[in-house]
Design a protein around this ligand. Structure first.
Ligand code: FES
Length: 105
């Protein structure tokens, strides 16, 4: 459903999502790169565990929360992709590392 415009060009960067390589263009947000690569589900809800996809793409809805390089609660739509970064789906509602209530699982 979502795909890149045909005339887009730029320096390619590669990162990992759930351990799998994803190619993006420099300047992409993590959310845009993942959607363009066909990955719609970026987080799982705390109560039902259902999958959620980015919605607003401008930092308002928080549906795009992911873990980036081990740090949870990162908004994928506001984070510029960087070569070598490791992105994982956020599962549940973890606190920040070292914070009371931290739940990395
Ligand atoms: S998609 Fe809405 S905050 Fe990221």
């Amino acid at each position: 459903m979502l795909r890149r415009l045909p005339d887009q060009s730029g320096r390619k960067v590669r990162f990992r999502f759930e351990g799998e390589p994803v190619d993006a263009l420099e300047g992409d947000s993590v959310a845009a790169a993942l959607l363009a690569a066909g990955n719609r589900i970026l987080r799982m809800t705390p109560k039902s565990g259902s999958g959620r996809a980015p919605y607003c793409m401008m930092g308002v809805c928080f549906e795009c929360l992911v873990e980036i390089d081990g740090i949870p609660n990162r908004q994928a739509c506001l984070t510029e992709v960087r070569g070598g970064m490791a992105v994982r789906r956020q599962r549940g509602a973890p606190g920040l590392p070292g914070e009371a209530g931290d739940d990395p699982d």
